[in-house]
Structure formats: C-alpha cells, structure tokens
Ligand binder design. Structure first.
Ligand SMILES: Cc1cc2nc3c(=O)[nH]c(=O)nc-3n(C[C@H](O)[C@H](O)[C@H](O)COP(=O)(O)OP(=O)(O)OC[C@H]3O[C@@H](n4cnc5c(N)ncnc54)[C@H](O)[C@@H]3O)c2cc1C
Ligand SMILES: NC(=O)c1ccc[n+]([C@@H]2O[C@H](COP(=O)([O-])OP(=O)(O)OC[C@H]3O[C@@H](n4cnc5c(N)ncnc54)[C@H](O)[C@@H]3O)[C@@H](O)[C@H]2O)c1
Length: 442
C-alpha cells in the first residue's frame, strides 16, 4: 500500500532532519528515509567527531608552544582514549536523532530511498507518495580511480581508527586532507600529504595558505606537491604508492580528494531530475527540474560551500517556502575554515581581488607579537582585512591563527550587518581578548 505525506525527505542528515522538524511545526505530515546513520555526516563522521579528535592537536601544540615560557614537560595524545571519548559522543547520535524525529511525529524509515518508475519513493517494502519530495542525500568521499584504489581508506575510516598507524598518507590537499593530517601528526604519526598540483587549499588566500603549509612542514608534515599517484600496491602490512618518479611506502593511505554527490542510485532518471558533476541542479527556490521535487544541502549543484550551516540554512529556507513565503533563496557572506593549528579562515571579498581594485583597501597584519598571541606564544598569526573605501565597511577577511574561528565569526557579522568600522570601534568589548584586538585590525 502507498503511504501519502505532505513531504517525503530522502536523507536524514543535517538538512533532512532539520527540515522535518520545521515542517512538523507547520503541522505537515512528513517522512524521512535514511539508509545509514540518522544525523548524517556532520555529527557521525564529519565536523563533530573531527573536532573532538582535533583537541589532541590543540592541546599538544599549546603545550609545545609554551615550552620555556612557564610550562615545562610535554604531553602526548593517547589515541585509543581520545577515540573512546569521540565514540561516547558519536555512538548515541543516530538513535537520538531518529527518536527525536519520531517523538515530533515524523515517520522514519531506515532504508535506501529511490524513485521508482511511478514517481514514488521506495523505502524497503514501502512506497511513499507526497505533494513534495526533498532530496537531501549529501555526498560521499571520492575515490581516485587508480590501480589499487581498493586500498584507499576514507575520512570516515580515519575518524574511527582504533590505533593510529606509524606512517599515514593523505591524497588530496583540501579541507579534509589538511585537517586530518594535523590530527594524525599530533597523535604521533609520520604524515605525508600528496597533492596533484601546486595549489592546495585552492579556496583560500594563496599567501596565507603557503604560510600554513610552511608551519605544518616545520612540525613534521611531509608535503608532496605536483605529484600524481597512479598505483597503490600492498607489500606485506604496508602500501606502496607510485607515480611518475615518485615512490612512497606507507602504513595507511586516505583518499581526501573531494566528495561526490549521492545521486547515482536515487532513480532520478525516473522523475526527470537533472544532475551535473556537482550534484542536483536547482533553481533559486531549490526546486529541481521536476517541480514537485526539491533538493538541499551538500547534494545540490550550487556555488555555495558545502558546509553544515549552509545545509541548515537551506532547510530553513525550504521550510519557509513550503509554508508560503515565495522569495527566492539569498545567501549572505559565508565563512569557511580549515581547522588546525593554525586554522585558516576566510569570508567575503578575497584579498587577491582587493589587491587589484582601487575600491578596496587591503590591510595586512602580522599579529603574532600582539599581546593576546604573545601570551600563548602562538608562532603564526596573520590577518588580511578588506575594506570598502566607499562606505568604510569591512567586506572581506582572511585569518591564519589558532584562534581564527573567533575572529572570522565577528568579521562575518560585521560584513553581513554592513557595520561601519567607526561604529564597531564605538563598541566596548571584553579586554584583553582576540575579539577586542579587531579594533586594531581595522
Ligand atoms: C570529514 C568531514 C569534516 C567536515 N567538517 C566540517 C566542518 O568542520 N564544518 C562544516 O560546516 N562542515 C563540515 N563538513 C561538511 C558537513 O558534514 C556537510 O556539509 C553536512 O553534513 C551536509 O549536510 P547534508 O544534510 O546535506 O548531508 P549529510 O549530512 O551527508 O546527510 C545526508 C544523508 O543522506 C543519507 N543518504 C544518502 N543517500 C541516501 C538514500 N538513497 N536513501 C536514504 N538516505 C540516503 C546519508 O546516509 C546521510 O545520512 C565535514 C565533512 C566531512 C566529511
Ligand atoms: N572545516 C570545514 O568546514 C570542512 C572540513 C572538511 C570538509 N568540509 C567539506 O567537505 C568538502 C570536501 O572536502 P575535501 O577536502 O575532500 O575536498 P576539497 O575539494 O576541499 O579538496 C580536495 C583536493 O584534492 C585534490 N585532488 C583531487 N584529486 C586528486 C588526486 N588524484 N591526487 C591529489 N590531489 C587530488 C583537489 O584538487 C582538491 O584540492 C569540502 O569542500 C567542504 O565542503 C568542510
């Protein structure tokens, strides 16, 4: 028998679960179909577990930085213990998310969802019909198609490692490669990061990106740029990576070469939903080429970065749109950050654009001797701030520092609220803090 809903959501991740709760507040009948862990990537195998493991890097680095400045004696990461803490956090997530949906009146199906030839969603033995369907199936790690690709591990495997191997290699120098490399290094592994060109972290300011790489090289990460790995072979307990004039033995190799939208097994050809290389094609209402089917979160092919707050924002948009608000979706400036020691964060107009345009004033500061950074002996702390000369507002910022997260969020507020620098400087902020330093940065 076919079950009828107002809205059926494919994927119970960040976007799917959030939309389902919002629609229940409008008294809509809702079903969520999830084939893996409810809660999706971020809390189970992404942002949150990663950041628990990152605490090993934060704490060991802080203690290292302070040696000879009132702190003596090193600390080390106990990986199995840190992993236990991570699992204490992640293990309950899926059932808690599913229970919370059910308690809110959402029907949940723990099945793989796909559209059948009749245009209904099949979830195991059930057929689900709806006024509107929403695709929120996210992305999965891309595995480079090379000989021996079966030996690749993924970020999901990394975030669940019982033991940290002595020697690990990441192929792909983006967010995930850099973040996991820092975590592995702090846990005592010899770390290699291989990137196929000379422009890793391509979304970020090149100069500050290079300074992050210089620092990570100093703490022992081996970077191999302009290097294509074409083959992986297993030799005993190790893996042997080979490319043109390149050979590297390693204990474990991780594919961190991007992510692929989960669209291939959804039966989208049955319902006339167009996809491209980046995901589901949508219009300014997140509506696909089939007017009854919408898409949101990581699975959509849009220029916005694929991040948890973006997925949540899109879910919020669709809840309002389904509730009768007709405005197209609009995005403000979205901050992004590679977590590490230091972290690299960016929002708004990039420094590279500002440097060639008279409309903008580009202010660059080395802050590592400033009081807040000096106090903790931070080795690297730099900022590039872009100011619009026409109205004296901040329009862009890139920060390289252990505390970039604090600063980038404040710059995001200033940018999106079009706050004049003179108004910001009138605020009385807690001193001495990284936030109060912003008044010296602009
Ligand atoms: C290692 C890592 C670290 C990250 N760190 C950060 C970070 O620090 N900050 C940040 O903002 N973002 C981070 N992200 C990105 C963030 O996790 C995603 O942007 C976010 O999870 C997207 O939410 P979503 O709901 O669109 O997709 P997801 O959370 O991936 O949810 C999609 C769900 O759909 C399910 N699904 C897929 N196909 C089907 C199907 N056919 N039927 C039923 N269910 C299906 C999946 O199992 C999944 O649960 C990270 C990602 C990774 C991998
Ligand atoms: N802190 C965060 O917010 C955060 C953290 C992790 C992930 N994410 C999200 O997850 C997405 C995916 O992250 P990612 O790091 O996997 O992808 P990415 O696109 O950021 O980086 C992958 C890199 O690998 C390179 N590459 C591709 N094929 C390669 C090959 N064969 N050999 C060597 N290098 C290769 C690409 O040029 C690219 O620079 C991000 O775009 C982001 O949306 C966000």
């Amino acid at each position: 028998m076919t079950k009828q809903y107002d809205v059926v959501i494919l994927g119970g991740g960040v976007a799917g679960a959030s939309l389902a709760h919002s629609l229940r507040r409008q008294n809509k009948t809702v079903a969520v179909v999830e084939d893996n862990l409810f809660g999706g990537t971020c809390p189970n195998r992404g942002c949150d577990p990663k950041k628990i493991l990152l605490s090993g890097l934060e704490i060991t680095q802080l203690v290292d930085d302070m040696q000879g400045n009132g702190i003596s004696g090193r600390v080390s990461v106990n990986w199995p213990d840190l992993m236990r803490k991570k699992r204490q956090y992640t293990n309950p997530i899926s059932s808690a998310t599913q229970n919370s949906l059910t308690a809110d009146g959402v029907d949940t199906y723990h099945e793989h969802a796909h559209f059948n030839a009749e245009g209904l969603v099949e979830a195991g033995n059930e057929q689900l019909s709806a006024d509107k369907f929403v695709i929120a199936t996210g992305q999965r790690p891309s595995i480079p198609d090379i000989a021996g690709h079966q030996y690749f591990k993924t970020s999901t495997d990394f975030l669940n490692l019982d033991e940290m191997p002595s020697d690990v290699t990441f192929i792909g120098g983006g967010y995930i490669g850099f973040e996991l490399a820092g975590i592995a290094r702090a846990a005592g592994a010899k770390v290699h990061l291989i990137h196929h060109n000379d422009r890793p972290l391509k979304q970020f300011d090149q100069q500050l990106g290079q300074q992050a790489i210089d620092h990570l090289s100093e703490i022992g990460i081996d970077f191999h740029f302009n290097t294509e790995v074409s083959q992986i072979t297993q030799v005993g307990a190790q893996f042997f990576l080979e490319g043109d004039q390149f050979q590297l033995p390693t204990d474990m190799v991780f594919a961190t070469a991007g992510r692929t939208p989960n669209v291939d097994t959804l039966g989208l050809e049955n319902v006339g939903v167009n996809v491209d290389h980046h995901g589901v094609v949508v219009n300014e209402h997140l509506q696909t080429t089939n007017p009854t089917i919408f898409a949101m979160g990581d699975v959509v092919s849009t220029e916005q970065p694929k991040l948890t707050p973006v997925a949540g924002y899109e879910a919020g948009y669709l809840a309002k749109y389904f509730g009768g608000a007709p405005a197209p979706i609009a995005f403000k400036a979205i901050p992004t950050m590679v977590f590490g020691q230091p972290s690299l964060a960016q929002v708004g107009v990039p420094a590279s654009i500002a440097a060639d345009n008279d409309q903008y004033l580009l202010i660059t500061n080395d802050m590592h001797k400033w009081y807040s950074y000096h106090r903790l002996n931070e080795p690297v702390a730099k900022a590039k701030v872009v100011i619009d000369r026409n109205n004296e507002t901040v329009v862009g910022a890139t920060i390289l520092s252990n505390h970039a997260d604090y600063l980038i969020n404040i710059f995001t507020l200033m940018i999106n609220q079009h706050m004049k620098i003179s108004d910001f400087n009138q605020e009385i902020l807690v001193y001495p803090t990284f936030a109060s330093d912003i008044q010296y940065l602009v």
